[in-house]
Design a protein around this ligand. Structure first.
Ligand SMILES: Nc1ncnc2c1ncn2[C@@H]1O[C@H](COP(=O)(O)OP(=O)(O)O)[C@@H](O)[C@H]1O
Ligand SMILES: [Mg+2]
Length: 270
């Protein structure tokens, strides 16, 4: 009998709101897992396609991706791209119509047979698969959750962010309730992002979340906001230069927080 390697774990990064740090979290976690030596694939399912700008792709990389594979005719091996980290691969969203409506892409991407097949292939080859998602709880996000075993919910440290959190948590519970046992979904927790020590609104938000949410629903790691101060300029530049801060400036506080988070999650995955 030949022993088969266990299937990789799939982690979806989801939130009701945009601009809360989903893509930043997805690419930095992916880089942190890859730096731990885990074979990692990040898949961009968001038609905005922001993973492309921050995952450390090599110059002159192909731009085809998930959408092109969904339309048929493009094999996965042509759209799964190498990055500057040996253990990290990226599947960009690819060519999604520039028109305001992405209906065609959305219809295909939310079909669980397609994403299910892709994720199955990825899990056979990689130890960690990270899904970056569009904001909200639309079809793509529900399907992403349905094929995942783990989810995290970034919550930007600002009071308004609290209003939409119950919605996304309910959505995750709904998906978890209908998932079959092949893909049991665990909410790993809320991840507080863009934290600024000494900022009263920020501190209030963290205090509120810690006080009102069950402790096991809030991750201990908090991601600080990287600022324009000299110590962290490299982090801001890293976004512009297309590298996750974890790769560009490992000493940065946000980079270290992502590395810690990857360690916590890797322990839970084991
Ligand atoms: N820890 C952080 N420090 C500084 N800027 C951040 C941090 N996390 C995210 N950002 C910035 O905030 C904006 C939104 O983040 P992003 O990850 O794109 O959010 P989302 O994917 O949820 O829309 C981006 O400009 C990103 O560079
Ligand atoms: Mg994003």
């Amino acid at each position: 009998m030949t022993a088969r390697a266990p299937l990789g774990r799939v982690l979806a990064v989801v939130s009701q709101k945009g601009g809360v740090g989903k893509t930043t979290t997805a690419v930095n976690l992916a880089a942190a897992f890859a730096r731990r030596g885990l074979k990692t694939l990040i898949i961009d399912t968001d038609p905005q396609g922001a993973v492309r700008y921050g995952v450390g792709l090599r110059r002159g990389h192909a731009t085809a991706g998930f959408a092109d594979w969904l339309r048929g005719g493009v094999p996965l091996r042509e759209v799964i791209l190498p990055t500057q980290l040996p253990w990290l691969r990226a599947l960009l969203v690819g060519s999604v119509s520039d028109e305001a409506s992405h209906d065609d892409y959305v219809q295909r991407a939310m079909d669980p047979r397609h994403l299910g097949e892709l994720v199955q292939v990825a899990r056979e080859r990689c130890q960690v698969v990270i899904l970056d998602t569009p904001p909200g709880l639309g079809g793509i996000v529900r399907t992403a959750l349905a094929v995942s075993q783990h989810a995290i919910v970034p919550l930007q440290c600002e009071p308004l962010a609290l209003q939409t959190t119950p919605q996304i948590l309910r959505g995750i519970q709904e998906v978890a309730a209908v998932n079959d046992d092949l893909a049991l979904l665990a909410l790993e927790g809320i991840l507080l992002t863009m934290y600024q020590a000494g900022n009263p609104a920020c501190e209030r938000t963290v205090g509120y979340v810690r006080q009102h949410m069950p402790a096991n629903l809030v991750l201990d790691t908090i991601i600080p906001r990287t600022t324009a101060a000299p110590r962290t300029t490299a982090a801001a530049e890293a976004f512009a230069a297309g590298l996750p801060v974890v790769m560009r400036d490992p000493g940065d506080a946000a980079a270290q927080a992502y590395v810690n988070l990857a360690m916590t999650l890797a322990e839970r995955f084991a």
